[in-house]
Design a protein around this ligand. Structure first.
Ligand code: DAT
Ligand code: MG
Length: 148
């Protein structure tokens, strides 16, 4: 089944939003297949955001991501990549709809609480980067109550 890489950024961890974010993905019906609290090095953050290396905000973005621990997760379920993006909301929280994570919990683009893979292909790459040790293979007993 489809998987997405979701990360609570250092501001989300510092602000005590870990439970809130996890709760939204759990309640929606997605399955948690990987989870860790981790502080990454500059070179690792640069690799994660390599597509944005030419952007003027790249250095600041990397400084922010390495400024403290993040919660790296893999969530699984039908359509989780696109639905995860909708749950997260627009990149700039001032444009994020209320009801989305950023629209409810953030104000500035440089402190937007959460990352979510933007395509199935980037999810695959990001999961390989962040979880080289592999994921947990377990099946929820709620499955028939979430899927028909
Ligand atoms: P998203 O995180 O919604 O996938 P992105 O991949 O385009 O957005 O950018 C990655 C992060 O970089 C984003 O969460 C916040 C930061 N960022 C993006 N655009 C920015 C901008 N114009 N100014 C400052 N930071 C920006
Ligand atoms: Mg992105």
């Amino acid at each position: 089944m489809e998987q997405s890489f979701i990360m609570i950024k250092p501001d989300g961890v510092q602000r005590g939003l870990v439970g809130e974010v996890i709760s939204r993905f759990e309640k929606r019906g997605f399955y948690l297949k990987g989870l860790k609290l981790i502080t990454v090095e500059r070179s690792f953050a640069e690799k994660h955001y390599e597509d944005l290396a030419a952007k003027p905000f790249f250095a600041g973005l990397v400084d922010y991501i390495i400024s403290g621990p993040v919660v790296a997760m893999v969530w699984e379920g039908k359509g989780v990549v696109a639905t995860g993006r909708k749950m997260i909301g627009a990149t700039n929280p001032l444009n994020s709809e209320p009801g989305t994570i950023r629209g409810d919990l953030a104000i500035e683009v440089g402190r937007n609480v959460i990352h979510g893979s933007d395509s199935i292909e980037s999810a695959r790459k990001e999961i390989a980067l962040w979880f080289p040790e592999g994921l947990f293979d377990w099946k929820s007993n709620l499955h028939p109550w979430i899927y028909e």
